[in-house]
Design a protein around this ligand. Structure first.
Ligand SMILES: *[C@@H]1O[C@H](CO)[C@@H](O)[C@H](O)[C@H]1NC(C)=O
Ligand SMILES: *[C@@H]1O[C@H](CO)[C@@H](O)[C@H](O)[C@H]1NC(C)=O
Ligand SMILES: *[C@@H]1O[C@H](CO)[C@@H](O)[C@H](O)[C@H]1NC(C)=O
Ligand SMILES: *[C@@H]1O[C@H](CO)[C@@H](O)[C@H](O)[C@H]1NC(C)=O
Ligand SMILES: *[C@@H]1O[C@H](CO)[C@@H](O)[C@H](O)[C@H]1NC(C)=O
Length: 389
């Protein structure tokens, strides 16, 4: 009986070697030629600014030296993503001046949600550019950019992507925070907000399937952050700010964010099953942000609940009516009241809603290597098709 047994051992070794070989090959970088991003202000690189009025100074002061359409003192997580992939910062699709889309486009705009809002930006601050609108923009972007690339040529070949980039690109998503806050800000209970999460997941699935239908194959999907650790959330619902966890964050808000994330993780896992030739990476940005907030002191940062570029002092230095760069009337003249703190590099919260560049860099460093992802692939390898689940 010895020979068959030895054969089996040899076969097992061969299989093992093959498996190891495959995993070594799978470690190669994807070399994404482009990134197309969808989302809200967490990744808006100028869309809302180009359309509804520019983000004022001191936004941009730390890195760009001037406002550049980002609600931040510097770079966002999507900027660090682009940088680390060797790509230029993404131009906003809605920004018609000076944009260069050869290696991607950004459809994210501040205030955007997955669902369409039944209100106006002017009433509520939530944007009409919901995720479905962003996907229409993307569809037009593909059609029109390819038409112009092929028929006009010239300079447009240095401003628009090559046709093959659409299937080779990384498609990134960071949206959902505003779907949760819209509900809470009109005084819904946690139960009422939770009740529409299945609808959010259905809509998100449809949009991702649309992008897949248009050629997208590599998806990198951020979950939502600990909203209950953000000054604006606390100020809008003081009743939900009463019960806090050890890091000083609202338990009610964060519980809903976590349940949203559980559903999102399942939704992404389901997409992985139904689209076997595509790669879907779920990225736990929540944990990265929560670690930053709960370890702020240990990391040498100031109080994470204190708004750097805010107004009004107090616990949060946040005033809903006077944002970063915002003005107040003093003796009949408008003067800037929403000023930056001295050292944004030591802060977590830039304007009470968004993180500082220093915080965004921390978050990027946490997520880029893959330890917070499902499957645990690094950003640079997020084209790997995950099998066995
Ligand atoms: C907007 O109104 C429609 C119709 O009443 C409703 O089905 C939908 O859930 C509402 N959307 C939001 C975001 O509240
Ligand atoms: C894009 O082109 C396809 C094929 O010609 C067409 O079916 C689709 O309606 C177009 N979409 C837009 C948004 O123009
Ligand atoms: C646009 O950016 C690409 C690099 O992504 C560069 O090669 C190209 O020259 C730029 N186009 C223009 C018109 O500057
Ligand atoms: C929510 O409740 C607060 C406190 O009761 C109230 O001041 C506010 O007007 C309510 N907001 C809305 C949108 O109903
Ligand atoms: C506003 O005007 C009053 C009266 O002229 C003056 O006392 C006060 O200092 C002024 N306030 C500021 C902030 O300039």
């Amino acid at each position: 009986m010895a020979p068959p047994c030895a054969t089996a051992v040899v076969a097992a070794v061969v299989v093992l070697v093959l498996v190891l070989q495959v995993s070594v090959d799978a470690g190669a970088d994807c070399r994404f030629p482009a990134v197309f991003n969808f989302g809200d202000s967490n990744s808006d690189t100028g869309g809302l600014s180009a359309t509804f009025g520019a983000a004022p100074p001191p936004n941009g002061r730390t890195f760009f030296g001037m406002p550049v359409g980002r609600y931040c003192d510097g770079r966002l997580v999507i900027d660090f993503i682009a940088e680390s992939l060797g790509l230029p910062y993404l131009s906003a699709y809605l920004n018609s001046i000076g944009s260069n889309f050869t290696q991607g486009a950004n459809f994210a705009t501040a205030g955007s949600s997955i669902r369409r809002q039944n209100t106006s930006l002017f009433l509520s601050g939530f944007s009409p550019i919901s995720l479905d609108v962003q996907s229409w923009e993307f569809e037009q972007f593909i059609n029109r950019s390819q038409f112009v690339y092929n028929n006009k040529g010239g300079i447009y070949r240095e401003l628009l992507p090559k046709a093959e980039y659409f299937s080779q690109a990384l498609y990134t998503f960071d949206i959902g925070q505003n779907d949760i806050t819209t509900g809470f800000f009109i005084n819904m209970t946690s139960e009422q907000v939770l009740a529409y999460i299945p609808d959010l997941m259905e809509r998100l699935t449809n949009i991702i399937q649309n992008v897949y239908g248009l050629g997208g194959r590599y998806f990198w999907i951020h979950n939502t952050g600990p909203i209950g650790c953000l000054p604006y959330a606390m100020v809008h619902r003081p009743d939900l700010a009463v019960v806090k966890d050890g890091a000083g964050c609202s338990v009610a808000y964060n519980t809903v964010a976590q349940l949203f994330n559980q559903r999102l993780k399942e939704t992404v896992a389901h997409l992985r099953k139904t689209h076997a030739d595509a790669a879907f990476t779920y990225v736990d940005v929540y944990s990265a942000k929560y670690k930053l907030i709960s370890d702020a002191k240990k990391l040498g940062l100031d109080d994470p609940m204190l708004t750097c570029c805010g107004y009004g002092g107090g616990r949060y230095n946040f005033d809903d009516k006077v944002g970063c760069g915002g003005k107040v009337k003093v003796n009949g003249t408008w003067v800037v009241a929403g000023k930056s703190c001295d050292d944004p590099l030591k802060r977590v919260s830039w304007d009470g809603v968004h993180f500082t560049e220093a915080a965004n860099k921390f978050v990027f460093d946490q997520i880029a290597g893959g330890k917070l992802s499902d499957p645990p692939v690094p950003l640079r390898q997020a084209c790997q098709i995950s099998r066995g689940q």
